[in-house]
Design a protein around this ligand. Sequence first.
Ligand SMILES: Cc1cc2nc3c(=O)[nH]c(=O)nc-3n(C[C@H](O)[C@H](O)[C@H](O)COP(=O)(O)OP(=O)(O)OC[C@H]3O[C@@H](n4cnc5c(N)ncnc54)[C@H](O)[C@@H]3O)c2cc1C
Length: 600
Amino acid sequence: MSQYRAPLAEMHFVMTELAGLDDIAQLPGFEDATVDTVGAILEEADKFATEVLDPLNRIGDRVGARLGDDGRVTTPAGFRAAYRKFCELGWNGLSKSADFGGQGMPQLVAAAIDEMWNASNMAFELCPMLTGGAIEAIELNGSETLKRTYLPKMVSGEWTGTMNLTEPQAGSDLAAVRAKAIRQADGSYRISGNKIFITYGDHDYTDNIIHLVLARTPDAPPGTKGISLFVVPKFVVNADGSLGAHNDVRCVSLEHKLGIHASPTAVLAFGDRDGAVGHVVGEENRGLEYMFVMMNLARFGVGMQGVGIAERAYQRARDYARERVQGRVVGVTRDVAAGGIIGHPDVRRMLMTMRANTEAARALGYVTAAALDRAHRHPDADVRKRELAFAELMIPIVKGWNTELAQQTTYLGVQVHGGMGFIEESGAAQYVRDARITTIYEGTTGIQANDLIGRKIARDDGSALLAAIESMRSVGRRLADAGSDDLTAIEVRLRAGVDALEDAARWIVARWGEDARAVLAGAGPFLDLAGTVCGGAQLGRAALIAVDKLSAGDGDASFLRTKITTARHFADHCLTRAPGLRDAVVADAASVLALADEQF
Ligand SMILES: Cc1cc2nc3c(=O)[nH]c(=O)nc-3n(C[C@H](O)[C@H](O)[C@H](O)COP(=O)(O)OP(=O)(O)OC[C@H]3O[C@@H](n4cnc5c(N)ncnc54)[C@H](O)[C@@H]3O)c2cc1C
């Protein structure tokens, strides 16, 4: 039996040494996020994840959310009680604004805690994650009345939130949204239309659900400039805050899915009768613009799903490999029975790759979270601007690369289990199925790769990426000067990786204006290249710090040595792919674009 335990020492190391928790705690409003307080919060979260969420993950998968004949959605036994407890303990409001009852913790702390919820039970975590997105949409752009009416109850978790973007003809392309919104004399709107794939679109956790819905007013301009954002509660909220009539929104069906079975994915029909009562968020026709601001956090959140589920898959595979005995371990004289398959070189390689992938993805996630915190709270405007540019560059990488890595990591988790991995009872297969959605929702990997190239690189002639490359080169110089065999070897791989990334980035900037289609043919490999090199650089930093600490006799020597070994493994086994990825980006895109559609 494998039980999840949050990797607290590793989380603490990444938060303090790589992401700069101490500096974050100096920012205005984050004074409570001291290393000690955050350590205590992480320990409490670990307990909740281990004792409450992890044991529910299997039943969530086996039973799933159901839509009854009475039209009510029920979640698997134990989920509702877990949600209540989650809210009672204040987890829902951890990083939400204190103005609405939250605890105002930095994004960096929320990232680590969210990783634990995702590792132990991703289907559960989706509910608070979506509520967080809806809270942000209202907080950033809603009127004072909307904020007062909805935010305190959403922050406490008394009500949950959803994001209603997708329609059958509008998935990656939200310009195709058709849902309608008709303004009424009292300033409210009547919303009608069908939304599909709505996460926690209906459930039994709470008395009310606050839907954030994209729709068009009748005179709106076509395309992206004519989409507005509306708050549409499941139950209309009276002026005194009590619940009124059931709004004109109905859960038509729940999808049968590959994974995340406990998370109800609903088809919602708005306005079967005379239209659901809705309230515009901000100004008409600016809905998509508001969504994009909010999407940063949602995409970041999905990237952390990738980290969480990869960590859990690693822990389960490691625990199995220690127990499963099979064959004699070549070159080791010890009795086979004394050690499991963990002794076999190929199994160790798989475990090391799982571990290195997860640590690289975590480092990218936490460093990006800290950049978001600085971008919002740093007193110096130049620092805010620089950190925002870095965070925006990194978001598609954290979303796209971390989640693709989670596919590889959960795949290896099954492989380590052998035949048992294919058998549901082992639990390894669930992670493959659950992880699969993370590269799809909140914008597919293809959309992240396009965003990275079109919005984050071509638009500013690559200046944010070139700044990141310069700081990776300075990590390389420090690795070269350290006089350690491991660090020297990492430096060689990192230098080749950074050179490859710079070549590809300069090629993209030069070619974008003349042939964007050819550039986008290499978007996927470029995203992979950027994630691989940025992740390798973070692990290189970690190894440098570990070497310094070891020579100063500071910290847990065994843990610090694992950081060096993991960085070395990533450099030798993963960073070595970088030059090949560069070649795939800059190679003539002819093979991708050559065949006529009918030749496929
Ligand atoms: C379980 C689940 C939960 C979801 N939860 C929500 C939710 O809560 N709220 C919500 O609104 N939506 C939700 N979605 C919808 C989700 O965000 C979309 O499925 C996703 O954005 C992809 O859209 P699509 O399914 O229409 O695929 P399509 O857009 O049809 O994409 C199909 C393929 O074409 C590629 N493609 C499309 N356009 C481009 C392009 N311009 N360049 C390159 N490649 C492209 C894609 O990468 C993909 O490989 C959920 C979906 C699922 C399955």
